[in-house]
Design a protein around this ligand. Structure first.
Ligand code: PEP
Ligand code: MN
Length: 363
């Protein structure tokens, strides 16, 4: 993955987040041009609009198709903005290449389908097109990285990822749950890849977009990919989540970007040393605990006792959860840590039996 390059249009201006904005769908030339004018006035340099729209149900507005690409070209010629649209198959790629669109993105539903991604990647061979890859609808980091790899293998170098949240059955607050740990892990695995956040598809509602954008800044996202429409209430797709140009300006004025100064870096490294020290002590205590578990394993074996004593395990967890609550630690956190430790203790106790030639498992 070392060969991925950030899209040069994404060069950030100091600590300012990169912003890509525009309507969910290009609906008419007037709607596209009016929205683009407001955004250009607000300093946005990259305009987005979908012309092929993947909709959940048939019968909804599915985009104006290739003629909409001409309106995007007009945005570029009139306002000097770079323009971006979504592709979902090789035919779309052919059309965007003909129209000279600057950046394409692959949508969440398409990224979830390796055949479709492969087809797009192959149709992009030799084009050097800038590509943004949304996360797949399901929370599967490997599938997301797999799409990036398919593009990379076909010679695409200029890439960015878009985190738009993950679909979960029964989720009430968000249209797509953020699950921030997934883009954080993506950043750890491919640090050179810019990650933008799409708070519009994440929230699904206008009133969530500002707070999600701020959370994205707090998680160090490189930028935002936001739906803005000149008349959101009458939008033909995603009406509930698009911002008006005024709401977008409000967002711009409210966003706090996390700047770093060298003085702050010094304090941060002190905190990090303290964290590292805590982690080292934690490992020491864990080692001590596991060695006691080994002794218990030998004792149980000598006294022909079952390894798993469920009542004792239940009592331990209940006591630890109560202790955790007193210390302000979330019960789920306590449960998941001690469950892992317990699994490891059991594994070691079984090993003690195997070593002594007793393969009976009482679990
Ligand atoms: C979009 O950005 O308009 C879109 C369809 O998004 P997603 O693929 O994230 O649903
Ligand atoms: Mn949309």
């Amino acid at each position: 993955m070392k060969r991925i390059e950030p899209i040069e249009l994404f060069q950030k201006n100091g600590h300012e987040p990169l912003i890509i904005a525009g309507p969910c769908s290009a609906e008419s030339e007037t709607q596209v041009m009016d929205t683009a004018r407001s955004l250009a006035d607000s300093g946005v340099r990259i305009f987005r609009a979908g012309v092929w729209k993947p909709r959940t149900k048939p019968g909804c507005f599915e985009g104006v198709g290739a003629p909409g690409l001409e309106w995007l070209r007009k945005v570029r010629d009139t306002y000097g903005m770079a323009v971006a649209t979504e592709v979902a198959n090789a035919h779309h790629v052919e059309e965007v290449m003909k129209a000279g669109i600057d950046i394409i993105w692959i949508g969440a539903r398409t990224v979830a389908n390796p055949f479709a991604v492969q087809e797009i990647a192959e149709s992009l061979k030799g084009t050097d097109k800038a590509v943004m890859v949304k996360n797949p609808v399901n929370p599967d980091l490997d599938l997301w990285i797999g799409a990036i790899e398919r593009l990379e293998k076909c010679g695409i170098r200029r890439m960015a990822a878009i985190h738009r949240g993950f679909s979960t059955y029964g989720e009430k607050v968000y249209r797509n749950a953020p699950q921030w740990q997934i883009p954080i892990e993506l950043r750890r695995l491919i640090p050179e890849l810019p990650i933008l956040c799409d708070p519009s598809h994440m929230g699904g509602k206008r009133n969530l977009v500002i707070s999600l954008s701020q959370q994205a800044m707090d998680f160090n996202a490189d930028g935002l990919f936001i739906e803005v429409h000149n008349d959101p209430c009458h939008a033909l797709s995603d009406a509930a989540q698009q911002l008006s140009p005024e709401e977008f300006r409000e967002l711009q004025s409210m966003l706090v970007t996390r700047t770093r100064t060298s003085h702050q870096d010094d304090s941060l490294s002190q905190y990090r040393e303290q964290i590292d020290d805590c982690d080292r002590r934690f490992i020491g205590i864990l080692k001590e605990r596991l060695m006691i578990a080994d002794d218990i394993g030998r004792f149980k074996k000598e006294h022909n006792m079952a390894i798993l004593q469920s009542d004792r395990y239940k009592q331990i967890i209940e006591a630890l959860v109560a202790e955790g609550i007193r210390s302000g630690i979330d019960p789920e956190c306590i449960r998941s840590i001690f469950e892992s430790i317990h699994i490891e203790s059991i594994r070691r106790q079984m090993k003690v039996r195997e070593k002594n030639g007793d393969c009976r498992s009482n679990i």
